[in-house]
Design a protein around this ligand. Structure first.
Ligand code: PHE
Length: 342
């Protein structure tokens, strides 16, 4: 009698097919809950023939573990089913959400802005080699043999080619353009340059410059100044102010260094501008007649101006980056923060 009841329960459990979570819960309560229907069968143990008690016990345990196993199994199956069910609501033809496509490097963003600003006033793009010869980098640019810029300390020479070096400035492109084009010349030359400098928060052994060169009849210093003012206003806003300080470069005469007014409000402003509020962003000047002669252009007919600006410096300023080394480490946690359409 008791055996039959147990047998019956076992079949019932095996055949049960709960269709949803409610039915599964009913199953659990019925066979595994605190008042489950297997329990009473255990209390009938005393009525069983002592010789059969062991078998009866084993039987009841089987009923119990079958119920437990079945419940576990059904729970997994139902969860799976529910997931497939909810997937049915997904429109597989819908376009995927936008994925992260990477971002532009801050140096690239600033350099592209500079290029656009000058291309609007007719400056064409001129790009040239980073491995340059001594003549284009120094000699043509009126840099005498004993000039400190030529020193092994500053310049990376190619070990087996004493005449070749990594260009120390984009001014080498001036020589390339002047020896291959006839005036009028109006170009900008962006690119990477190299100097053997100790790497620190403010300087690196590689950086980027944008060179500008304008050669025509009657080009004056006033043209240079106006062009630079235009640049500063485009780059730093209509209220941007610049100042020119007399300086020296072998390839320009007169020469100047250009500062933009950065402001002196915050502590960072003080630190970045060394307490002056002004920040140097480039060197410039009227192309030295000797440079024109070196490159085959008649200084009696033509004159011109040139400038060379540092890009990293301006990127640090624009994005308030405190250490130039960040620009070369390619840490994507840093790079991800920059976005630009250009
Ligand atoms: N070549 C100079 C430098 O690297 C910058 C410069 C370019 C100055 C053109 C004057 C004219 O510092």
């Amino acid at each position: 009698m008791e055996f039959e009841r147990a047998e019956q329960l076992l079949t019932e459990i095996k055949e049960a097919k709960p269709q949803n979570t409610e039915e599964l819960e009913a199953f659990r309560i019925k066979y595994l809950g605190s008042k489950n229907i297997i329990k009473p069968l255990f209390s009938l143990m005393g009525k069983i023939d002592p010789q059969l008690r062991k078998d009866y016990g084993l039987m009841l345990n089987k009923v119990k573990t079958t119920a437990e196993e079945k419940y576990r199994q059904l729970k997994i199956e139902l969860a799976d089913e529910q997931q497939t069910e909810s997937r049915k609501g997904i429109d597989l033809t819908a376009p995927p959400p936008p994925s992260h496509k990477g971002s532009r490097h801050p140096v690239d963003i600033v350099m592209n802005r500079v290029i656009r600003i000058f291309s609007k006033i007719g400056f064409a793009l001129a790009e040239d080699r980073e491995i340059e010869d001594d003549w284009h980098n120094f000699t043509a640019m009126n840099t005498p043999e004993d000039h400190p810029a030529r020193d092994m300390q500053d310049t990376y020479y190619l070990r087996d080619f004493k005449n070749l070096l990594l260009r120390t400035h984009t001014s080498s492109v001036q020589a390339r353009v002047m020896t291959s084009q006839k005036p009028p010349i109006r170009i900008i030359a962006p690119g990477r340059v190299y100097r053997n400098e100790t790497i620190s928060a403010r300087s690196h052994c590689q950086f980027h410059q944008v060179e500008g060169l304008y050669i025509d009849k009657n080009v004056s210093f006033a043209d240079l100044k106006q062009t630079l003012l235009y640049y500063a206003r485009e780059m730093y806003g209509p209220d941007a102010k610049i100042r020119l300080r007399p300086s020296y470069f072998p390839f320009t005469e007169p020469s100047a260094e250009v500062d933009v007014y950065w402001g002196l409000e915050s502590e960072t402003d003080h630190r970045i501008t060394k307490g002056t509020g002004w920040l140097e962003i480039m060197g410039c000047g009227m192309v030295d007649p000797q440079v024109l002669t070196n490159c085959g252009i008649d200084p009696e007919v033509y004159s011109g101006f040139a400038f060379g600006m540092g890009i990293e410096r301006q990127a640090l300023l624009t994005y308030r980056i405190e250490d130039i080394r960040w620009l070369f480490e390619n840490d994507i946690r840093f790079l991800r923060q920059f976005h630009s359409a250009i």
